[in-house]
Design a binder for this molecule. Sequence first.
Ligand SMILES: NC(=O)c1ccc[n+]([C@@H]2O[C@H](COP(=O)([O-])OP(=O)(O)OC[C@H]3O[C@@H](n4cnc5c(N)ncnc54)[C@H](OP(=O)(O)O)[C@@H]3O)[C@@H](O)[C@H]2O)c1
Length: 270
Amino acid sequence: MKPKVNTVLVTGGSSGIGAATALLLAEKGMKVYAASRSGRAPEKEGIIPIVMDVNDPDSVRKALDGILSREASLDALVSCAGNGVGGDIETSSDEEVKYQFETNFFGLDKVVRACLPHFRGQGRGRIVTISSVAGFFPIPYQAYYSASKAAVLLYTKALRLEVRPFGLQCSCILPGDVKTGFTSARKMTAASDDPSSPYHDQVAKSIAKMAKDEQNGMPPKVIARAVLRQLRRRRMRTVCVPRFGYKALYVLGNILPESIIQRILSILYQ
Ligand SMILES: NC(=O)c1ccc[n+]([C@@H]2O[C@H](COP(=O)([O-])OP(=O)(O)OC[C@H]3O[C@@H](n4cnc5c(N)ncnc54)[C@H](OP(=O)(O)O)[C@@H]3O)[C@@H](O)[C@H]2O)c1
């Protein structure tokens, strides 16, 4: 029997993967609360835009209370809100490092923890987190982005074990390059952006390559379809890597010696 998923909260619903997910789920007849700081969302019947800053506990609480006061139940959370910081490790400031983890990891965790009592209380609930292939392969000059996404991956795996006894399920999706507003929203660390930095040229070259790959990447609806598949599966997959090429890389990454992986990454990004 297919799981019943009628009402879904999608964070990061104003743009890119979150917006595409909101659209697709609404197309399939689900009621979607699309949350973001701007409160923008694709205009479509079934999509309700809401304001939520995942880094502000009051904002998360208020948004969730608003949903639960209107709905008999919330069936799923799709956590897409995120951003990227480019720069080398040595010259990054504490603030820049914290900024990267704030939304991608601590923000995601805040929303998950806010939803769990409701999901546990109703004995069902589905959580999809968006990590990245960069959470599996370490990307130089985006080390904090990679680390924040690796944290999301392991967190989701551990969460899955913790909540299974209560009838809840989780899945972590690892997208490769996706053409979204993520590229233009990426912030560079101040020091690495300074031409006198010893890392300046490497960082600039590496981030330019990444930006180009992203803008030539797959459309966000590919990831939206992967989210939909997980929400509909009787048993959600622990990890899901959309598109054959990225899936193959993920499988190889689990088999190849680290020395070869490091060699390939240095050719690609240094
Ligand atoms: N694009 C890629 O190549 C790629 C690859 C792998 C993984 N990902 C991951 O996919 C997720 C979605 O990224 P995207 O590519 O769709 O980027 P995007 O187009 O820039 O969308 C990011 C979304 O996050 C929201 N957001 C940012 N900070 C927020 C906060 N504090 N509170 C609430 N919402 C916040 C933004 O809305 P507001 O600005 O209105 O708040 C926006 O809706 C991210 O986690 C990203 O790391 C992207």
